[in-house]
Ligand binder design. Structure first.
Ligand code: ADP
Ligand code: MG
Length: 715
């Protein structure tokens, strides 16, 4: 029949004529094509058992090998079993944005529905859901925010905490919060609800805590909340113990043998070693895709360029390599490229951060290159300095990584360190809550009415010192009153803006200083990795290009210049009647000529439009200070007074808060300047302490703009 023919054409990827009938006919084809794949997943054979367990247990722990189908299948099983028949939603949290987006897209395809309808996702700065969404993928941080507005999480019937083994701060806080919500909801479900008591319900909140202003409880018929904790680590005991002996189900995975190869000696330059290994695999091993674990966007982009250059040197028949990056801040339309099979005869090389360890499963991988490193946040509560550092992975991570090579057949994993090093690795990672700045979390818990932070039922408690430090910081920023209550309005406003408290405060101040337009750009540009792309071999050219934007005041105004120039390029091409595609192409060209990282700029534009939306919603007028850069710098000083550094006689700087010796990073426009006093937004720790994103300020402003902090000190 005609339908069947179309189906065959679609299968072969050929263009098909216009289709009559419902718009998503193609979606149905696709979902039919995916059905056999779904049936073959290990979790499919235990689907009915798992559904029963979820029905019978308030909290269930599911442990299963990565790729067994937990993330994509379980929500569909629960939906099909009628768990959201009352219009409620199944929420699934992910530690990373990229996982939430890619999985939601996949599941929408499997269900044959349009993304944003029955299946959707919601991440900070990007919400693709609707009233009809029943399966909602989101980041753990986003669900935490939703709890501020809806403390009983009343729209959810089931919440699935995925990738719990990653133990991000947000996951850990959610676990504690959800435990309370679950208790509260089962209490209300068993007692007949009396409308006259509406106030007492919302006043009590879910933790027996008083509700704060932000909280409203619209829904009064609350069914008990089901919790599912999913983890790829084999040790379910911590979670089971935390949830009062909750039942754990194990899903058997399928894994082919993976040959592990080590280097003879430690590698002095792991990026170089990774490049050599990639080419060795390409030239000497039989077909199969390669997955390389790197530590971040900058490194991935560097390796991406080097592979492309290297491939150009190869004979024509060996040029069959495609490189695809994947990391969390990659714009979402680019993320899906990683799942597309390479053209026939080509080898796909995937450059990934640890997002590919367990969060996303990429088909077709036969070779894994693992330098054995991971970038983590690390916080020193004594100095109050948070930095990103690269550390060795844990044994569990190394095993997960090598496992990626054996999903579809026997594979090989190249660990770029000697075998003796493996034994020295720690068994599993330290939960993030024990090693990061928790100011943001403390602010959110306070907004939820939780006053005794140290008494909160954490699965692992943050260090006392970190809690004390963050309370102190929030007090200095004016988010808390002297009695550690959320301040009105600043504290409430700060809790509503999904940014680091320093940035939220900067936006609030910028309104007073009449430079919100400028500060919005700065906050967006600071929220992304490396706007400038400075290749070593074109260093001089890049520096010349950079000079067109650089501002003598510092990096913040420089970033504003870049943002505005890029916007002008877009506006011009739109004004000339070009369509969006042409505008984007023009921007790409402009980025290339000016050594700007287009991916980062795109991300910054997304962040900007979202944060712009938030502040407008809060009733802030977005005005500009025009050419009055003095005003803007004063606003920066008022916002970032916690990050001030003063020049020392020897030319280095001293960071006032932490009393550390620091230098201005060579990438800063103030690197060679004579600035006496600067504010900064980032302290990078390599072999030295470097300040990035620096602007010079007048030290005399500080006691005036932050008297509570500087009156007792000498600036
Ligand atoms: P788990 O959560 O247990 O690690 P997933 O549910 O994420 O497993 O993945 C199940 C299967 O779905 C995997 O075999 C994976 O290859 C496939 N898959 C997931 N997302 C995509 C995608 N976007 N494109 C193609 N295949 C995918
Ligand atoms: Mg998963």
């Amino acid at each position: 029949s005609d339908r069947f023919q179309r189906f065959c054409l679609a299968l072969r990827g050929l263009p098909i004529g216009p289709i009559n009938g419902p718009k998503n006919t193609l979606g149905h084809f696709k979902s039919q094509m995916l059905a056999p794949q779904r049936k073959a997943l290990p979790i499919a054979s235990v689907a009915s058992r798992i559904v029963e367990e979820v029905k019978n247990n308030d909290t269930l722990i599911i442990v299963g090998e990565t790729g067994s189908g937990k993330t994509t299948q379980l929500p569909q099983f629960l939906f099909d079993a009628g768990l959201c028949s009352d219009g409620k939603v199944i929420g699934i949290t992910q530690p990373r944005r990229v996982a939430a987006v890619s999985v939601a897209k996949r599941v929408a395809e499997e269900c044959g529905v349009e993304l944003g309808q029955r299946v959707g996702y919601s991440i900070r700065f990007d919400d693709v859901t609707s009233n009809s969404t029943r399966i909602k993928y989101m980041t753990d941080g986003l669900l935490l925010r939703e709890a501020l507005l809806d403390p009983f999480l009343s729209r959810y019937c089931v919440i699935i905490i995925d990738e719990a083994h990653e133990r991000t701060v947000h996951t850990d806080v959610l676990l504690g919060l959800l435990k309370n919500v679950q208790n509260a909801r089962s209490k209300y479900a068993t007692t007949e609800y009396d409308h006259s008591k509406k106030d007492s319900l919302s006043e009590k909140g879910c933790n027996g805590l008083r509700q704060t202003k932000l909280l409203t409880c619209q829904d009064t018929k609350l069914a008990p909340l089901k919790l599912v904790i999913m983890s790829a680590s084999l040790d379910a005991r911590v979670f089971s113990r935390y949830f009062g002996g909750a039942k754990a189900v194990h899903v058997q995975g399928r894994l082919y043998p993976v040959e592990i190869l080590y280097t003879y000696h430690p590698e002095p330059d792991y990026v170089d070693a990774a490049l050599i290994t990639i080419f060795q695999i390409h030239l000497n091993e039989c077909s199969g895709d390669v997955l390389v674990f790197l530590t971040g966007q900058e490194e991935i982009e560097f390796v991406e360029r080097r592979i492309k250059e290297g491939t150009d040197q190869l004979p024509d028949e060996k040029k069959n390599v495609v490189v695809v990056p994947i990391y969390s801040s990659l714009p979402s339309e680019q993320q899906m490229k990683v799942f597309k099979p390479a053209p026939s005869g080509f080898r796909k090389v995937i450059l990934a951060t640890n997002v590919a360890e367990t969060s996303v499963t990429i088909p077709g991988i036969k070779y894994v290159v693992d330098p054995g490193l991971v970038k983590v946040r690390c916080y020193n509560p004594v100095t109050g300095v948070e930095s990103l550092i690269v550390i060795p992975t844990s044994k569990a991570q190394a095993l997960q990584r090598s496992g990626r090579a054996g999903r579809e057949g026997p594979g090989k994993c190249f660990r770029l360190y000697p075998e003796s090093e493996f034994a020295k690795l720690r068994d599993s990672i330290i939960p993030e809550i024990k090693r990061c700045n928790i100011s943001n979390v403390v602010l959110q818990l306070r907004a939820l009415g939780i006053k005794d932070i140290l008494g909160f039922d954490f699965i692992d408690k943050p260090p006392r010192m970190a809690v004390v430090k963050s309370l102190e910081q929030l007090l200095l920023l004016g988010a808390l009153t002297k009695d550690y209550e959320l301040s009105d309005p600043v504290g409430y406003q700060m809790a509503q803006i999904p940014l680091d408290p320093l940035y939220s405060k900067a936006l609030i101040l910028a309104r007073e200083f009449n430079c919100l337009e400028e500060m919005l750009i700065v906050v967006a540009m600071l929220s992304v990795e490396s706007i400038f792309y400075i290749p070593h071999e074109k260093l001089e050219k890049a520096k010349v290009a950079m000079r067109c934007f650089s501002s003598p005041e510092g990096d913040h105004t420089t970033l504003i210049n870049v943002y505005r120039a890029s916007k002008e390029v877009l506006d011009k091409s739109r004004a000339a009647g070009g369509d969006e595609k042409m505008a984007e192409r023009g921007l790409s060209k402009w980025c290339k000529e000016n050594f700007i990282n287009k991916r980062s700029l795109k991300h910054a534009r997304d962040v900007h439009s979202q944060v712009h939306g938030y502040v407008k919603q809060m009733g802030f007028a977005v005005t500009s200070c025009g050419d009055d850069m003095l005003q803007f710098r004063r606003c920066l000083a008022a916002s970032f007074f916690l990050n001030v550094a003063l020049r020392q006689p020897d030319g280095t700087f001293r960071a006032l808060g932490s009393n550390q010796t620091v230098r201005i990073h060579p990438s800063s426009v103030l690197f060679r300047s004579k600035a006496e006093c600067v504010i900064f937004n980032e302290l990078v720790r390599t072999n030295q302490n470097y300040l990035r994103n620096v602007t010079s300020v007048d030290p005399l402003w500080l006691p005036e703009l932050a008297p509570h902090y500087f009156s007792l000190r000498e600036p």
